[in-house]
Ligand binder design. Sequence first.
Ligand code: SF4
Length: 436
Amino acid sequence: MPAGPAPTGPQSITRRRALACGAAAFAGLGLRGSGSWLDNLLRLGGAEAPADVFKGDAPDDALWELWRRRGWVKEASHYLKLDRNVQCKVCPNNCLLAPGDRSHCRNKVNRDGMLYTMAYGNPCTFHIDPVEKKPLYHFLPGTPTFSLATSGCVFRCLNCQNWEISQKKPEETKDPRGPEFRLRPPLPPSLSYDELARLSLFPDDVVAVAGALRCPSISYTYSEPTAYYEYASDTCRLARERGLKNIIVTCGSIEDRPLRDLARFVDAAHVDLKGFDDATYRRLNSGRLQPILDTLKTYRDLGVWFEVINLVVPTYTDDLDMIRRMCGWLVENLGPDRPLHFSRFNPQHKLDHLPPTPVDILVRARAVARAAGLRYVYLGNVREVPDAATTWCPGCKRAIIERDIFAVTRLALDAGKCRYCGTPIAGVWNPPSRAS
Ligand code: SF4
């Protein structure tokens, strides 16, 4: 039987945590979300201490008013009111904020005893991407997906490739001054830098724009959708109503209740499993392993299609024994049909002194995964391996989907089955496959 993640010792309850528990119990806490106050008290008592937050860093009145007039603030969901303090319950960081404080993810503030998100309707970037770029290889192959992000992230990955937006405050990426610019169809042929800086894309705008651009799906990506949870949730809900699919590209660090609420509208997820060792997660990502494993199992239980991505970072997550344990866990808990993408690290952010992942390590990781029983294993950011992005039929062993970087060059599927032997291939293959 595959070994699980290395066990961690019992969690001590800090004095700060004990005070928070006491406050929650006796202050008549108000909860935005679900669960009784007793449930929440018990959860508080067994959880980690809240993450570091930015003390006194909420915007001043003038900026707040500009932001509010734009519609770029919304009361947060899933939070506790602890008298004048608030505690966010969206991710395991569980930020505890006094009035005037800003959250760990930089997007939420306590204003007068209420928790608000400042990342609503104000994406700092958007693009049309092939769905293969997420990467998702078993979900609507060859289709474009309208992809957007706001600032902010719940993690602090040393190797973050999007740190220019993920490690920024909303007001460092958007400008609330000047006339409003709201993007809606009919779309202008181009946007000026000034328009981009002031751009609003509220949920109904996102859905309308994605439709106008003939994208069958919307991807919440680049930074971390958990950090703009309210914006992503509202957009997902509306997109589902209007017949578009929703793709969540996430680190997977999210609490159970908000995950289940969001997942009702999610059609596919890309979940980063950044390693299989809690100490490495803390050191490399400022996160924890167990919440990610819980998220993977929840997506499995809810029947949401998802694929797993593992970035192989030299000296951090390139240990083949750890990769072997990880693959064993994946097979045992998610089954052999769950696609696994090993991705090549390139030097960046705080790890720009490390070399790129050697190709032979990635090839050996793929062999380990296949030996563990995984049927669909891919290598990303690798040009040197010809079949790095090829899907092989587990029945007849023939190549059934071939890709060149993000382009599908050959698709031999009929109604989700191998064209040669009829073996069903796990994934979401609707609309009908194109002829190869
Ligand atoms: S979503 Fe943001 S505010 Fe909420 S707990 Fe996580 S880091 Fe803190």
